[in-house]
Design a protein around this ligand. Sequence first.
Ligand SMILES: Nc1ncnc2c1ncn2[C@@H]1O[C@H](COP(=O)(O)OP(=O)(O)OP(=O)(O)O)[C@@H](O)[C@H]1O
Ligand SMILES: [Mg+2]
Length: 407
Amino acid sequence: MRDTICSIDIGSSFTRVLIGQHDGQHLDIVGVGVIPSDGVRAGSILNSEHTIRALNRAVAEAEQMSGLNVQSAIVNISGRSIQGENSTGVVAVTNRDRIVTEADVFRVVENARNRRIPSDHELLHVLAREFTVDDQESIPDPVGMSGVRLEVDVHLVTAPRTHLTGLQRVISGAGVHAEHVILSGIASAEAVLKPGEKEMGVAVVDIGGGVCDIAVFVEGGLYHTAVVPLGGAHVTNDLSLGLRISAEAAEQLKRSHGQARERDVDPTEKVEIPSVYGRPPAWALQRDLAAIIEPRMAEIFELVDQQIGRAVKKNMLGGGIVLTGGGSRLAGVDELARDIFGLPVTVAWPRETGGLYERVAGPEFSTGVGMLMFSMKQGGGSSHGVSAGPRGESIFGRLKTWLADNF
Ligand SMILES: Nc1ncnc2c1ncn2[C@@H]1O[C@H](COP(=O)(O)OP(=O)(O)OP(=O)(O)O)[C@@H](O)[C@H]1O
Ligand SMILES: [Mg+2]
């Protein structure tokens, strides 16, 4: 029996709705809807009505392609107000045999999550990284071990309550039930990382239009998450101002002739500025484009580098930096990133799926595909239309334990 699942990625540039079907092992993409976002800035929803309008269109497109009806979905969240931090929990192993049970694991994770949540924030994810039983450290699963003291290191992600309420308003405004909410960076990492990369230590950076979503993994566990409120739209804006051209022309020019490093461009190469609104064609030096793009991309990577540096030492990232998101399509972006991070850099697309993979084969689909992959792992979905999970449950409902199970 194949189950049907849906993901909604409300990005600063585009709203993407994906419908997938799975048998628990293989994921097929069966519906895709992509519509330019409206009313979303730097990952946050500023205008609900406009956002709902774009979402309705994206849902309709995906429904039409798949012939299925979207009732519930897993939804992303991003924005600079999302906080990720590490915490620890400690409990005594109380049963007579002093053997760690699932109940002890539950208690210790509860203990870790009861700390450090700002009063206006809601807990979104609790990701158990590793356990310690007495003085034995780095245990992925302590159940069945003997000891008297159980400790856990967790990564907590919290979001402002107002942000979550706004998101829920938009999703239900489009007639969809938000089944789970997941941090964009965690979803993107799920889509692009290959087996073993988390264990080697890796930082995934999803460069979107308005934000960069960062997820850092060390020794297989999630160590740090952060959102830097800059992305590809800032590069386009700089080009538009610097070359005195429209935003549309700047976007087209960036995609067709943009280069992340000025020194990689032939200084004599001329490029035609796309004519919009019937203006006569004009020309620019490709080097002038790169001279505008490079400092902005460098600024973005420096901020990302600071975030990563706050959490880990570079030598903990044997797998280097993995770039994804629409902004990672910029020519030469990996070379510039390598200069700044001083680590190996790769650009990654979502891992291959079945069905209409060619429709999501691009780095801008990592968040959406990653959400579907999570949902499949969790055994989500229903055989009747796109529906899963009990109705009326809080959108934060089962996700906490769910993510703990998956890491
Ligand atoms: N070929 C390309 N070259 C350079 N930049 C590109 C290219 N294609 C897309 N982009 C940029 O990617 C950005 C959009 O990426 P994406 O669709 O992943 O963002 P989003 O998910 O909507 O936004 P966010 O994640 O920031 O909320 C835009 O700024 C766009 O200019
Ligand atoms: Mg995005």
